[in-house]
Design a protein around this ligand. Structure first.
Ligand code: 5RP
Length: 225
């Protein structure tokens, strides 16, 4: 089974899990990426069973609208029932690295407005400790040199993502070699650095349920308390 087929499987499992929660007044938060695209496509036939969606990127908003799903802002929606998104890595506590698709800032905002976060991955993304995938940091251009120096002082190596400017108009550094053994502490620490818009650690607001697809089927993991 290909990775794309596994992504579709995870999307279908998440859709079945959320189906009973659909109804009038329900607005879903929608992430970004190829796994989320599978979810959007699977959701389309149910578009009359909920009020609409808040998208975490222009790309997801365009795909939702292409299916006739109403796209709302967070101001219009109020709190969201559920946020659904993929990830680049997930650890056993359901802390994540996200931002491979450059939408980390809006993803973190929309996830934080949701009661529950379903994360969809194929098994290749499950790791014991986060960090094999480089950590994305969205930042204000002016801060690039001091940020590079600060990262280098921690023994980390930062590469500016070529040709990428986020929907918010900012560049991204992909960072290898940071200590991510306590992802929540590192997420908090990086948030304090001047010029950091957002980092791709999702530990302070981790996933609540992780749908892991493999050729053997889909396993659902729940975040430990
Ligand atoms: C986008 C993300 C994506 O969720 C992450 O990169 C996974 O993408 P894909 O589902 O295409 O593997 O964080 O910013």
């Amino acid at each position: 089974m290909t990775q794309d087929e596994q992504k579709r499987l995870a999307a279908e499992a998440a859709l079945e899990a959320l189906r009973p929660a659909l109804g009038a007044g329900v607005v879903l938060g929608i992430g970004t990426g190829s796994t989320t695209n599978c979810f959007i496509d699977a959701l389309a036939p149910l578009k009359d069973q909920f009020d609409g969606a808040v998208a975490s990127s222009v790309a997801s908003a365009t795909r939702l609208e292409g299916h006739g799903i109403r796209v709302l802002s967070l101001q219009e929606s109020g709190p969201l029932t559920l946020y659904i998104d993929g990830a680049d890595e997930a650890d056993p506590n359901l802390a994540l690295i996200k931002g491979g698709g450059a939408a980390l800032t809006q993803e973190k905002i929309v996830a934080s407005a949701a009661e529950t976060f379903y994360c969809l991955v194929d098994e290749s993304k499950c790791v014991d400790t986060l960090g094999a995938f480089p950590l994305p940091i969205e930042y204000i251009e002016l801060a690039e040199a001091p940020l590079r120096r600060a990262l280098s002082a921690l023994g980390a190596e930062a590469t500016r993502r070529p040709g990428v400017i986020t929907d918010n108009g900012h560049p991204i550094l992909d960072v290898r070699g940071l200590d991510l053994s306590d992802p929540a502490a590192q997420e908090q620490a990086l948030n304090q650095w001047p010029g950091v818009v957002c980092n791709g650690l999702f530990a302070l607001r981790r996933a609540d349920q992780l749908f892991v697809a493999s050729p053997r089927g889909v396993t659902v993991k729940t975040a430990p308390r």
